[in-house]
Design a protein around this ligand. Structure first.
Ligand SMILES: O=C[C@H](O)[C@H](O)[C@H](O)COP(=O)(O)O
Length: 228
């Protein structure tokens, strides 16, 4: 039986095969954050010189890219990005995701918003019937921590401060357990509207365009046809 690490590697390899035909001298690739994205970055090193560079969704990924000699570009200098590749903590059949287990959700959402396509790579344990077993990360300005926590109780969730963690943007994360996520896009909008919230880890208003999910029978491709 393949380990979870081997499955993540398969998903990363599938994404590398998927993006290879898109490469060219002017092409910029959006890169996510996390253990699966790390494997994608390591593989991307094989293509160094065949594309212009990458935009990273975290300091961690930027350092990993640079370590491979891949140019890391400022998003402000980028007008076109064909694809953004990243992992997820959960994904449903409608291509909605929960992200932010690594705390990079805000920059991930920003970089992904510029890309034409979002390709989600994961092992198939991340595929769920309904989002919400994984506590929803919410990035919050430090001064709003308690006010936002009270408001999140009003959504039926139980927020817990991620102790000792500060995001790349200098903020804190509340991990919200117990949410009933029946309408992910609506909940994303409502939580994002709370004063003090930078963004929540629901990726539903803009979900994935393609999911490459590795399991014991190979890599399954999920497309937005089933998007609810
Ligand atoms: O902030 C972290 C990201 O949203 C990751 O994409 C997510 O946590 C999945 O990470 P991993 O590939 O390590 O399971």
């Amino acid at each position: 039986m393949l380990s979870q690490q081997q499955l993540k590697q398969q998903a990363a390899d599938a994404a590398l095969a998927y993006i290879e035909p898109m490469l060219g001298a002017d092409v910029i690739i959006g890169v996510g954050t996390g253990s699966t994205a790390d494997l994608f970055i390591d593989g991307l090193a094989r293509y160094a010189g065949r594309f212009r560079g990458a935009v990273a969704s975290s300091v961690r990924s930027a350092e990993r890219l640079a370590g491979h000699g891949i140019a890391v570009l400022d998003l402000n200098d980028v007008t076109h990005m064909p694809v953004y590749v990243d992992g997820a903590d959960e994904i449903d059949a409608g291509m909605n995701m929960i992200k932010g287990g690594g705390g990079a959700l805000t920059r991930e959402k920003i970089v992904a918003s510029v890309a034409e396509q979002f390709v989600c790579i994961a092992d198939e344990s991340k595929l769920v019937g309904r989002l919400g077993r994984f506590p929803l990360p919410v990035e919050v300005l430090p001064m709003a921590r308690e006010a936002v926590a009270r408001a999140l109780h009003g959504f039926g969730g139980t927020p817990t401060l991620r102790e000792g963690f500060v995001t790349d943007n200098g903020n804190v994360i509340l991990d919200v357990a117990g949410l009933e996520i029946t309408d992910p896009a609506r909940l994303e909008q409502e939580i994002n509207n709370l004063p003090g919230v930078v963004t929540c880890g629901l990726f539903a208003l803009r979900g994935a365009n393609l999911a490459l999910l590795a399991g014991r029978d190979g890599v399954q491709r999920l497309l937005p046809g089933a998007r609810g």
